[in-house]
Structure formats: C-alpha cells, structure tokens
Design a protein around this ligand. Structure first.
Ligand code: ADP
Ligand code: ASP
Ligand code: MG
Length: 441
C-alpha cells in the first residue's frame, strides 16, 4: 500500500481537487490518501478561535461568515450533479452550524481544538463527494478513529498501527482510502491535532503504521530546495536526501515538511517522496536511508530561538555539571536544540519558553545565567560535511559580515548549526546561498 498526502494548496481550488483525483487514480497500488484543509482554512479557524478567546463574538461571527461564503462558492465549481451538490450543501451546513453554535457557549481550549479540526473534516468530505459523483469507489477513513497522541502529545504509533490495521482488514477490497491529516484524539479522548503543518506527520505515521511502500507528500513546489524559496531568489530542488538530512532540515525550519515528519517513515525505512501537484512529472525529492551524494546540500533557518548561557567557575575541572544543567531542562520538558561549551560556561538554545522563568530560577543556583531572545538557528545540512574539504570555511567566509553567537559543528556528519540574532537571518541565508553552493550562471 502507498500513502499520498496532499497539502492545502493542492486541494485549495475545485480544479486542484480534480487534479488530485487524477493523481490518485493513476496507479493500481491500494492507496491511503491524506488531505489537508483547503489553503487558508486553518488560518481562518485559528482567527475564529482567537476572536472567541478574546470574547469578541461579533468578530468571530464575521470570520465564520467569511469562511462559510468561501465554501458556498467552492462546491458548485467542484461538483456538477444535483445529488452530490445537495450532499456538499449538507456537509457545509453541518460544519458551519457547529461553528455558529460555539458563539453561544463558553469557550475553552478543547473547543478551540474542535474548531481547528473543521478544515480537514470539510476538505475530506467534499473530496469524497467528488469521488462519489465520479463513481470512483473509495472508503472514507475518519482519522479520529485511529490517530491518537499520549499525554505528552506524542503519537501512539503502536495503537495507531493496531487500529488502522483492523479497520483496513474490514475493507479487504478497498483500493482507495480517504482520511484527514493533522487531526487526532488525545489521551482524554478529546479532538486534538499534530500542530501546524501536521498533515505531513499524519502521512508519515500512517506510512509507518502499515509499513507502506512509499509515502508521497504532494505539495506546491518540486521538492525540497537547497534554501528557503520564500526568502532567497535563486534556489533549486534536491534530487535525494537521506532520512537524517531531511529530518534535520524539517526540524530546523524547512517549512515544506512538518518538523517531526521524518522519524516514523525512517523507523520502518519507508521512502518519502516530495512531489509537486502542479507539476506531477517533476522528479521532486526522494528521501531514503542511504544516499551517495556528499557535501553541503541545503540550508534552513528556524527563528523564535532563545539562547541561555550558564557561567560558573565551579564548572572548571568539575564533573556532573552538565548533567545538573540538563536535568533542569528535562524537569520542565523543554528540549534543547544547540549546545556549545567552554571551560567555564555552557550555552544552549531552546524554542519553548513556557517554563523559562522556572528554568532560569533553578539555573541561577548553578551559576550566572544570561538569556538572549530573538535568535535564529541557521542549519547547514549535507552528507559527510565534516569530511568535505573547505565546507566549514565556505560557511564561515559567507558569514564574515554577521556576528555569530554560537557554532555547533561535528555533532553529526551532516550538520553545521550557527546561531545569529534573528535580524541577520535573511542576510545569512542569502550570503550562504551565494558562498556555499556552486551556481552555473
Ligand atoms: P502544503 O500546504 O502542501 O503542506 P507547505 O506550504 O506546508 O505546503 O510547504 C510548501 C512550501 O514550503 C513551499 O511553497 C515553500 O514556500 C516552503 N518552503 C520553505 N522552505 C523550503 C525548502 N527548503 N524547499 C521547498 N519548499 C520550502
Ligand atoms: N491544515 C493544517 C495546517 O494548516 C495542517 C496541514 O496543512 O498540514 O496547519
Ligand atoms: Mg505543510
């Protein structure tokens, strides 16, 4: 079986949904199709939740009506027959009635997550109606029946696999299955989600859960590019990446993939392909266990980073000091991204600030603590970077005009991480693009 995931832009217009229908019916391998919400919908739902959280019901109502109008204009262009149009009308009526009811009750976080789930529910139901109209046999797989996370918001891969396998076994003749990306149930059995961009994660988790032959991520660009195409003018797609390289790029800010979306596929060695719905014949990017290509391949940036420096003369020649520092972060479930050490100081970076005050208070018992907010990690990724002559030199030469706060090199063979003030992020990405890659023109 294979997985085909389509992102927001790929389903964001009626004609695009028709294209998706063509792509999923091309081959003969049974396929699970994972769909995101139509582009713009999740942002709109976030806006509705924010208005409700602020107690501004008029604003929430206005936002619900605008989104409703979008769907009322969408379905007549998607469908032709009266019976399927009536079905679509009913689907839209039901979901917007739900949103309107929320205007009348008191708001809480669980309700907010219910709001956020509406986008994927709508897109999959409308797409399924299109398949019905075209008499393409398909099975509707509600993600909330099998996709779950535990109390730490970590996906429960074992349970997901068990439930999904049982559901699939009940449909032995099914060739096409349609399910929602992003949404799941949490340990309280409430509706929850896998965080923004989470449909990629859903696809990879399903791929791992059923040990799929391939996990195809269909989006609006021809694969992972060597740099962020939203920031840098001249970028190019990368033909192949290892799981480790792709995971690093996703985690450190390449928006094309959800930060955690590689590990499930990697766990069961399911190749991941990044493909372009608008240009299906483009090669895209193949992500697999081992690759032959070496050298620096791509750069990504993650902002919203905070650097924490702990300085203490007690660290000199002492053991156990790092453990005490790490224990503080562990206690507050705050992951550390980068770390550099000197004889008397340690600098680490974090992006989750929810417990910063408590962390600071505890670290102050170990030494002097300094915090720099608004930093960005620039991550330079490739294969055998540390063995590639001149790689680190070209990175450093490209950054001569930028103050570098931290450098992490040699932790793995495929990564150099640099920490700079976020105001230098764009400049750093641009100069690295010119200095690190070879361009023919
Ligand atoms: P989808 O809605 O299909 O999930 P996303 O918007 O989440 O699509 O991801 C695709 C977008 O990611 C591209 O349009 C591109 O602007 C952005 N992007 C950021 N960094 C990269 C990169 N290194 N390579 C390719 N795309 C990138
Ligand atoms: N619709 C969700 C979002 O916009 C999930 C996704 O698109 O992957 O974040
Ligand atoms: Mg995405």
């Amino acid at each position: 079986m294979k997985i085909m995931k389509f992102g927001g832009t790929s389903v964001g217009r009626p004609e695009r949904m028709h294209q998706v229908k063509d792509l999923i019916t091309r081959g003969d391998e049974p396929t699970i199709v994972v769909l995101s919400a139509l582009s713009g919908t999740t942002n709109a739902l976030v806006g509705i939740g924010e208005a409700l959280a602020a107690g501004d019901k008029a604003l929430a109502k206005g936002r619900i009506d605008t989104l409703h109008a979008h769907y009322l204009a969408f379905y007549p262009a998607l469908l032709k027959k009266e019976f399927t149009k009536a079905k679509a009308e009913e689907i839209i009526r039901e979901h917007f009635e739900f949103l309107n009811i929320l205007l009348k009750i008191s708001f809480n976080e669980a309700i907010n997550r219910d709001i956020l789930a509406q986008g994927e529910l709508l897109s999959t139901k409308l797409f399924y109606t299109l398949l019905e109209e075209l008499e393409i046999p398909a099975v509707f797989l509600p993600a909330l029946d099998f996709m779950s996370i535990d109390e730490n918001s970590e996906p429960e891969l074992g349970k997901i696999s068990e439930k999904l396998t049982a559901i699939l076994a009940k449909n032995p003749d099914g060739r096409l299955f349609i399910t929602q990306g992003y949404i799941c149930k949490n340990h309280k059995n409430e509706v929850d989600n896998l965080k923004r961009g989470g449909s990629d994660y859903t696809a990879s988790l399903i791929a791992a859960a059923i040990k799929a032959s391939v996990c195809e991520i269909w989006t609006d660009i021809d694969g992972m590019h060597n740099n962020d195409p939203r920031i840098v003018d001249r970028t190019r797609p990368i033909a192949e990446l290892s799981f480790d390289e792709a995971a690093e790029l996703a985690y450190f800010g390449a928006k094309i993939l959800h930060p955690a979306s590689i590990w499930p596929a990697q766990l069961y060695n399911v190749p991941v392909r990044l493909l372009n719905t608008m240009e299906p014949s483009a090669h895209g990017t193949l992500i697999k266990e081992k690759v032959e290509t070496t050298g620096v391949k791509a750069i990504a940036a993650k902002d919203g980073i905070t650097a924490v420096k702990i300085k203490s003369s007690r660290m000199l020649l002492a053991y156990g000091f790092l453990r005490r520092i790490f224990e503080v972060f562990e206690k507050y479930k705050t992951p550390i991204d980068m770390i550099t050490t000197s004889e008397v100081a340690v600098s680490v970076t974090i992006d989750d600030l929810s417990h910063l005050d408590q962390i600071m208070a505890e670290l102050q018992t170990l030494g002097t603590v300094e915090v720099d907010q608004n930093q960005a990690i620039i991550c330079i990724v490739g294969n055998m970077v540390s063995e590639t002559k001149g790689a680190i030199k070209s990175v450093m030469d490209s950054l001569v005009d930028i103050p570098v706060r931290m450098v992490s090199y040699g932790g793995s063979r495929h990564n150099v991480s640099i920490l700079v003030d976020a105001k230098y992020k764009v400049q750093a990405l641009k100069s690295l693009n010119d200095g690190v890659f070879t361009w023919n023109n």
